[in-house]
Design a binder for this molecule. Sequence first.
Ligand code: DC
Length: 220
Amino acid sequence: MTGMKVITVDGPSASGKSSVSRWVAKELGWKWVSTGAFYRGLALVAMHEKVDSADEAALLDLVGSDLWQVVLNPVDTEVHYRGQNVTTEIAGEQVGAVASVVSQIPKVREALLDRQRRCYDPAVGLVAEGRDCGTVVFPQATAKIYLTASPALRAQRRSEEEGADQQVTKELQLQRDNQDSQRKVAPLKEADGSLKIDSSFLSLEEVVTEVLKYARQKGL
Ligand code: DC
């Protein structure tokens, strides 16, 4: 093993990052974090607190407030807001779209970075998924995965999960992916030395098997 006891899984929306990383963490007995929950949580809290998604100062106040928390558990990265578990509320393309907007703001990213890094416990190990886990949050991760799938398949998966229209979902995802890939700070991109996996024609189990094999090759 050359770096931290961390596996990062980055990639575009609905590429299967959460399902894969949750399962990999379970196999290894490690912790799992979906870093998107920090951006989604902030987006949801801003919506409830009537904070504009372009109001940097107010968003930074929300990041520092104790109105909301991110709580890790083996099956979900939970968001709690004003004492309620709002994890089911943060799923979905509507909150995802606002999350993508607030994630463009460099100071917001910086403020959330420390909270994301604190999810790592070297005694346990961590599988971290998102957009910049391998490039920015955990550049010292021992194994880095870039997970992708065709836009059509990603839209199909997400629209089935949400019971939403497939074409609308596809357009929202493409818009979000463009925004996430083109932003100036910590854009979605393949980290140096990452293994790219296209999950379009693979089952979830096949992707997990490939990630675990790669992790073993890296000495994890
Ligand atoms: O992975 P997700 O769909 O839950 O992420 C929601 C949004 O949060 C995503 O469109 C961009 C932002 N995000 C980010 O900028 N960096 C991350 N590491 C994870 C998510």
